[in-house]
Every structure is written in structure tokens, then in C-alpha cells.
Design a binder for this molecule. Structure first.
Ligand SMILES: Nc1ncnc2c1ncn2[C@@H]1O[C@H](COP(=O)(O)OP(=O)(O)OP(=O)(O)O)[C@@H](O)[C@H]1O
Length: 263
């Protein structure tokens, strides 16, 4: 019998933003992810920590659909999206930023954001310049403001500081009313000042937008997350509130090599 949308949806209104059940991913004989079960509530902000090779990026790829899991199910806002291609997940409000920059460096900040807004809107995609009174242009301006780039709105991306380019990537992920965003190491390469700005931007996002963030900078991760999932060797090693994770001796031993003594 053909599966209906209704049968794929669990009770609406109470659905989790994200629900993974028994997700595993093999690359040949290598288990990059093993039996990952986790739940993220709507609007929740979740940090994913773990040393190199822990499986964080593979987890993101399974959630976005860039790779399918070898086993398990992934539900997005109650709907089983395990077999969905990435664009079907984007249509349902999922977004992602990458470690590699995907910006148009020859265009201005506002033009980059405007194109992102056009790209996810239902209208036909075209390389038209924004016109005064275009509602997408107003949305693009709001997004530029949300990532603290108002003062460089008309500057070409190539002339932005590195940290500003990363802020712009967040604006692109915000285009088209997202409900859940995956941020892949947004603080990588940022100066301490830029990191503080990033924390302000992330914590200042509208409350209904949840996110998951891979972040090696523990201070950033713990400040922008409601809960933390710690991964090790493709499995969930610990999950808890930021202070529980920070104070956990096993986490300190494993992740910080016992060097994080600063209380
Ligand atoms: N496309 C692939 N083909 C083969 N092996 C892969 C592939 N992608 C990831 N892996 C392997 O899966 C494991 C998990 O990698 P993953 O990139 O998910 O870890 P990570 O926690 O994101 O690490 P990092 O912090 O270094 O980005 C690693 O052993 C990696 O070599």
C-alpha cells in the first residue's frame, strides 16, 4: 500500500525536530557510525563534540541525505526522511553549512543572500538583480542584519574579513524559513573577537530555529548549546547539559586529554 504523508507523520505538534534510531554507516569494513539513537526537540540547540574521526561529519551527512545510513531511521519533524534526497529535506526546513566556503566572492553580501533567498523560494531561479520592493530583498536585508553584517551589506565578498565570510554563510543557511540548521565547525579559523560575535549571532537566532553544531572549540560549543552529545569512535559516548559534559571526568580524559583544568 502506498505510504501517505499522514502515515509518515507521527502526532503533529509533539514531533521532535530530529529523531535518529539505530543509525549506522559503514564505509567498506569501517563503521563510521554505529547504532546512533538521539532525539532533538523543536527549537533545541545541540552541540556535537568528538575528536577527529569520531563520526560527526558522517552524522551530518546522514541527516542531510548527502549519504544514506547503512541502517536505522531518521525522522525530521516526525516524518521518516531516511530515503529522501537532500532537496526533499531542504524543502522541509533543514539547512546545512559546510566547512568549505560556498560563497560567490565577486558579488556583494546582499546579492549573495538575495540569491540564496531566491534559490529556496518557490519562484523560478534566475540571476536577476534585486528590484526595489521585491519582498525577497527585504528578507535578504533582515538576514544580513541577523548576522551583524549591515555595515558591509554592499561590500564584495572577496573584500570581507574571513570571520565576516563565515557570518555570511550563516545568513545563507537562514534563507527560506529554516526550522533546523546543521552548522559544521562555524568557529574554525576565527579570532577570539570573531568567536564572540559568532556566539552572539547563534544565541540570538529566533527561538523556533533549532540547530546542531559540530564545534571543536569547547567554549563556543558549551555557550551556544542547550545539550551536548559527545561522540567517540562512531558511537555516542555521553549526552548531557553543557555543565555536565564540561565537568565529566571521562569527557575531560577522553576529549581534552585531562588538560582542561580551568575552573
Ligand atoms: N567517504 C568516506 N569514505 C571512507 N571513509 C570515510 C568517509 N567519510 C568518513 N570516513 C571515515 O569515517 C570515520 C568518521 O569520519 P568523520 O569525518 O565523520 O569524522 P569527524 O568526527 O567528522 O572528524 P573530523 O573532526 O576530523 O572532521 C573516519 O574514520 C573517516 O576516515
Amino acid at each position: 500500500m502506498a505510504e501517505t504523508v499522514a502515515s509518515r507523520l507521527s502526532t503533529t505538534g509533539t514531533a521532535n525536530a530530529l529523531e535518529l534510531r539505530g543509525v549506522s554507516r559503514l564505509f567498506g569494513a569501517l563503521a563510521a557510525l554505529t547504532d546512533i539513537t538521539m532525539t532533538v526537540r523543536p527549537g533545541e540547540r545541540r552541540a556535537v563534540l568528538g575528536s577527529n574521526g569520531a563520526g560527526k561529519t558522517t552524522l551530518f551527512n546522514c541527516i542531510t541525505g548527502d549519504f544514506g545510513p547503512s541502517a536505522g531511521t531518521i525522522r525530521l519533524f516526525g516524518e521518516d526522511v531516511t530515503a529522501f534526497p537532500p532537496y526533499e529535506r531542504i524543502r522541509r526546513g533543514l539547512r546545512r553549512t559546510y566547512q568549505i566556503s560556498l560563497l560567490f566572492t565577486g558579488l556583494s553580501v546582499i546579492d549573495n543572500v538575495y540569491l540564496a533567498c531566491r534559490g529556496v523560494s518557490r519562484g523560478r531561479f534566475s540571476l536577476m538583480r534585486p528590484r526595489r520592493g521585491d519582498p525577497l530583498l527585504a528578507s535578504a536585508r533582515d538576514l544580513v542584519d541577523a548576522v551583524h553584517l549591515t555595515h558591509v551589506r554592499d561590500t564584495a565578498v572577496a573584500n570581507l574579513a574571513y570571520g565576516q565570510q563565515r557570518q555570511l554563510e550563516i545568513a545563507l543557511a537562514l534563507a527560506g524559513a529554516p526550522r533546523f540548521i546543521l552548522f559544521d565547525e562555524p568557529a574554525a579559523g576565527l579570532s577570539p573577537t570573531e568567536r564572540r560575535e559568532l556566539v552572539e549571532i547563534l544565541t540570538g537566532l529566533p527561538e523556533h530555529i533549532g540547530y546542531m553544531i559540530i564545534e571543536h572549540d569547547m567554549d563556543v560549543a558549551l555557550r551556544v548549546a542547550d545539550r551536548v552529545t559527545m561522540m567517540h569512535n562512531g558511537r555516542i559516548f555521553k549526552e548531557g547539559l553543557p555543565h555536565e559534559i564540561e565537568d565529566d571526568p571521562e569527557v575531560q580524559e577522553l576529549y581534552l586529554g585531562g588538560a582542561h583544568g580551568g575552573h
